[in-house]
Design a protein around this ligand. Structure first.
Ligand code: SF4
Length: 271
C-alpha cells in the first residue's frame, strides 16, 4: 500500500486520517493550493537556489534572488489554482517574499555542507529493535559544516519555543541524522520567516535526545499500523476550513454546499 513514510505524512495521518487517505491512498488531486503552501514552496526553492550557489562558491545579488523568486512564483501560478486568504492579494505576497529575501540576504551565513539533502533511513520497532519494513524519507533543508540541521519555516505568526520543542518533523530529522552519521546533530535551528505586517526572521534553536527518538518511533509504528489496517478516521478541527477535500468529506461537505463560500483560513499557516 505504501513504500515509505515521511514526517509530513505522519503529521497528516495524526491530524486527519481521512484526509491522509484522500491524498496518499486514493491519490485524489487537490482542486486548489492554499496560498501559504504555495508561498512556502516557492520561498524554499529560492533559498535552495541561493544556498547551492553558496556551496559552489558563486556570487549572488539580491536582484538575482528576486528574479528566481518571481520566476518560480509565476511558474507555479500557471499550473496551480492558488486560493488566497480573504484579506490577501498576490501582489502583497510577492512584496512580502522580496522583503524576507532581502533580510535573509543581508544576514551573516555559516558554512554550508549541503542543502535540500535527501535521506532514506529504516524505521525500527522501539520495543524490540526489529525493522518495521518501511523507510523514513525526507529532505534536510540545510546542513551546516559543524553538523547543525537548519529548517526553514514560513508562517503568518511567529513560531514559539514549545511548538519547536515538540514538532514531530524535527524529531524525525534528528533521528535520521543520527542513523546516517552515527552521531546526533550538533543542534537543530529553525529559521522562521514571519509574514507579519512587519516581516521578520527569527532563529530558534532546539535539540532532541534518545528518548525523543524512541517516542518518534513509537508514533511512526502506530501510524503505520493504522495505515496498514486501513483505519482512516476523520478528525474535525480548524484545519477543515482550508481542507482541499472538504467537498468530498462526509463530515464537512454539507458546510461547503450550504455556504458556497471560499474557505476561511486559519491564523497561522505554516509551511
Ligand atoms: S474536512 Fe476535515 S475531517 Fe474532512 S477530510 Fe478534511 S480535514 Fe478531514
Amino acid at each position: 500500500m505504501i513504500d515509505h513514510l515521511s514526517s509530513s505524512q505522519i503529521n497528516l495521518y495524526l491530524q486527519c486520517g481521512l484526509k491522509y487517505k484522500y491524498q496518499y491512498i486514493d491519490l485524489i488531486p487537490k482542486s486548489f493550493t492554499v496560498s501559504a503552501l504555495a508561498f512556502g514552496g516557492v520561498f524554499h526553492s529560492t533559498l535552495d537556489w541561493f544556498h547551492k550557489r553558496m556551496i559552489q562558491g558563486k556570487s549572488t545579488t539580491l536582484e538575482n534572488l528576486y528574479q528566481i523568486f518571481d520566476v518560480d512564483w509565476y511558474t507555479l501560478r500557471m499550473d496551480a489554482n492558488i486560493r488566497y486568504k480573504p484579506d490577501e492579494t498576490e501582489d502583497q505576497l510577492i512584496t512580502m517574499g522580496r522583503e524576507l529575501l532581502s533580510r535573509y540576504f543581508q544576514e551573516k551565513h555559516k558554512q554550508i555542507k549541503g542543502c535540500e539533502v535527501p535521506f532514506t533511513v529504516p524505521l525500527y520497532a522501539p520495543d524490540n529493535g526489529h525493522e518495521l519494513g518501511i523507510a523514513l524519507e525526507g529532505y534536510f533543508d540545510l546542513i551546516e559544516t559543524d553538523g547543525t540541521i537548519v529548517e526553514f519555516k514560513t508562517s503568518a505568526v511567529s513560531l514559539n519555543m514549545s511548538d519547536i520543542d515538540t514538532r514531530l518533523q524535527l524529531t524525525a530529522y534528528s533521528y535520521a541524522y543520527q542513523i546516517l552519521n552515527r552521531n546526533p546533530p550538533k543542534q537543530i535551528r529553525v529559521v522562521n520567516f514571519v509574514k507579519a505586517k512587519k516581516p521578520k526572521i527569527i532563529s530558534i534553536e532546539t535539540s532532541r535526545d534518545r528518548n525523543d527518538s524512541v517516542g518518534f518511533l513509537y508514533t511512526a509504528q502506530e501510524v503505520l499500523h493504522g495505515i496498514q489496517s486501513k483505519v482512516f478516521p476523520p478528525r474535525l478541527g480548524f484545519w477543515c476550513k482550508e481542507c482541499e477535500y472538504a467537498s468530498l468529506c462526509p463530515l464537512w461537505k454539507h458546510k461547503v454546499a450550504a455556504t458556497q463560500k471560499e474557505p476561511v483560513y486559519a491564523e497561522a499557516n505554516v509551511q
